[in-house]
Design a protein around this ligand. Structure first.
Ligand code: GUN
Length: 294
């Protein structure tokens, strides 16, 4: 059997178009233009690429984009002062501080200083707690994108056995909460899990978010399962050229799975599309307008 390929690129483009249409409507009906501020400290090459894409797609969706690029040597107090200004700026509805931050800056302190209403990454403890307790929240973008992709295959996730591999604050933990809210039966695996292959073979849904190239093998996949690969790993091929691979051995897994996301063009494009959606949601909430139905 050969798996259906879940086209994250096309699904993300549809979502961006829907967000863009809603932004137009808000602008006409309420003279409201959502604004997203992105803060990059330092020059990490991967982060710089993401930040450029975010800014471009924000503008394409009809929103305002505010870019802050600070030197690697920026001190914590300086970054906190910028956050305070953005918290107070009425043109800014979403604030994203690109991670990782340089080591002289305490990332938790910075995330905790964001206005939770503008925390479009959903990393503030207030939003994490609200998500965990089932209250309305801004939810991290990559896990939201993963759920949206899984739901293109399964109308309902209720009762399905879902395995989340990875327990990061950015992906694994919020994904667990979202899956529980969808009534899936959730297992969490991580670096200390004893028999990951066995856990994987039981799962109808596998979410791989460990950052280890091609760690999940084809013979770990239950026939017909849905595989969502969050990994984006740069590896050097036999020809000496760099290429991107996921956390799943794609060719092997695609022989067994029912549906699978590719890398690239799987989860990656969904993250930015969901960031735009979160910015739209934040702008509506701040303006006292109803939640958008995108
Ligand atoms: N670095 C890697 N992923 C993310 C993300 O989703 N948000 C932010 N702010 N930084 C990241």
């Amino acid at each position: 059997m050969s798996a259906r390929v879940i086209d994250g690129q096309a699904i993300a483009a549809e979502l961006r178009a829907a967000v863009g249409a809603e932004v137009q409507r808000l602008s006409r009906a309420h003279a409201l233009t959502p604004g997203l501020a992105v803060v990059l400290v330092g020059e990490d090459p991967a982060s710089s690429v993401y930040v450029r894409s975010k800014a471009k797609q924000t503008v394409e969706a009809g929103m305002r984009s505010f870019d802050y690029r600070l030197p690697e040597s920026t001190g914590e107090a300086e970054l906190l002062a910028l956050i305070a200004r953005l918290n107070a700026d009425p043109a800014v509805h979403g604030i994203l501080v690109q991670l990782p931050l340089p080591k002289q800056i305490d990332a938790q302190k910075v995330l905790g200083a964001l206005d939770p209403a503008k925390d479009v990454d959903g990393f503030h403890p207030m939003n994490a707690g609200r998500l965990a307790t089932g209250l309305p929240a801004l939810v991290p973008c990559t896990p939201v994108g993963c759920i949206r992709l899984a739901k293109t295959v399964h109308a309902s996730l209720a009762g399905l056995d879902a395995l989340v591999i990875g327990r990061s604050n950015i992906v694994g933990k919020p994904l667990i909460q979202l899956l529980l809210a969808e009534n899936a039966t959730v297992t969490v695996a991580h670096s200390r899990t004893r028999d990951l292959g066995a856990a994987c073979r039981r799962a109808d849904l596998v979410f791989a978010a460990v950052g280890r190239p091609e760690m999940v093998r084809g013979d770990w996949i239950k026939p017909g399962a849905t595989v969502i690969d969050v990994g984006i790993n740069r590896v050097t091929g036999e020809n000496g050229k760099n290429r991107l691979v996921g956390d799943v051995a794609y060719a092997e897994a695609a022989e067994v799975a029912g549906a699978i996301t590719p890398v690239p063009r799987g989860v990656g494009p969904m993250t930015i599309a969901c960031l735009l959606l979160n910015t739209l949601r934040a702008a509506c909430a701040i303006a006292g307008l109803p939640e958008p139905t995108v």
